[in-house]
Design a protein around this ligand. Sequence first.
Ligand code: AFD
Ligand code: MN
Ligand code: MN
Length: 430
Amino acid sequence: MTALISEDLIASLNHAAKVAHDDEFAALGRKLARQGVDVETLVTRAIGWSVAIPTWGVGTGGTRFARFPGRGEPRHIHDKLADCGVIQALTRGARTVSPHIPWDKVSDYNALRQEAAQYGLGFDAINSNSFQDQAGQKLSYKFGSLANAAADTRAQAVAHNLECIEIGKALGSPALTVWIGDGTNFPGQQSLGLMFENYLQAMEAVYAALPDGMQMFIEHKMYEPAFYSTVISDWGSSLMAAQHLGPKAKCLVDLGHHAPNVNIEQIVARLVHVGRLAGFHFNDSKYGDDDLDAGAVDPFRLFLVFNELVEAEHRKAKGFAPSYMIDQSHNVTDPIESLMSSAIEIARAYAQASLVDRAALADAQGANDVLAAHRILKAAYLIDVSPILAEARMRQGGAFDPISAYRTSGYRDRVAKERPEVKGASSGIV
Ligand code: AFD
Ligand code: MN
Ligand code: MN
């Protein structure tokens, strides 16, 4: 298979940036050495870093008002894998994709696994979908799925999740992520207690079908599509469900799924403490589940989340092995560009958090020296780790500047010729 992005092009663009990059990388190396940090340790960590791309993220997203498709929209999972392959080829930090069923259904999953491997991609958590009705589906999810008042609808949603487990096995997915839209729009519409009990009972059947080595990620979300109550609305409900189900069930934190101003990093710390942090859906938000690009609005919050993660790694917290995934909706940008930029911002937060002087921070905290502790944290956040990230990318064959290399490559123009223009003004979140 020919490379999605010419390796010669990447090499020549990297060569053009080399003199300036080498100078800046060396200067950062000297700065870190003065703080007793070997820059190579950071490059190694950056090389080891990877975040999963959601297959639905490479298509243009929308709102409930409209969707404005871009050029060369992926038509199916094969196009989506190619787009994810581009992201990986240029950033080298997006080695897996998170598929979604039924959107990514095919007849041969072994072949799909091989197709992904050709792009250097593997599969991360598989996502079930019982928040929409699919063509030919017998019973509607209008009033819910796993928590529906009707037993036969719950059974249908269970069967769908069991199918996802089977597909996940074939793809090598390490986990099944379950997010349901179930909830109510009116007080009195349903019993809040009974809905949760129905959900738990249905999830027991899904949990029982998990093979060894496959985990279940429970994703909470405060509201939407239900606006009065949501069954798994917060990390408390998610943790209750996970603890009820068993050790393979963990809680997934989508950064956009909380009330504004909620202290997400503290939620992360609590889930680490209890050994139930499944991982993340990274994105950014200002008001609700905005699905904006990670690090676009509040990069400091992203850093604070990673500060908890690196601290957990540092003290070898029990059962700590989170999955890292992006979950965004790109409504006004080229999704490939947004996903590359986000993957870099997430890696940046990881690298910055890796620079926190943990021993000094512990001393300052132990002495109740508030401002010293804060300054230690802030000092790491203020270091521009861009040269480390670029160095890590280039050593793996990636691009110095993935977005400009992508633009120069003409990939979008090329696929726009092969993939027919999407007509019509359908609305809805992807
Ligand atoms: C919706 C939800 C949630 C979930 C995604 C895929 O808000 O973020 O991860 O669908 O199922 O966007
Ligand atoms: Mn999500
Ligand atoms: Mn969401």
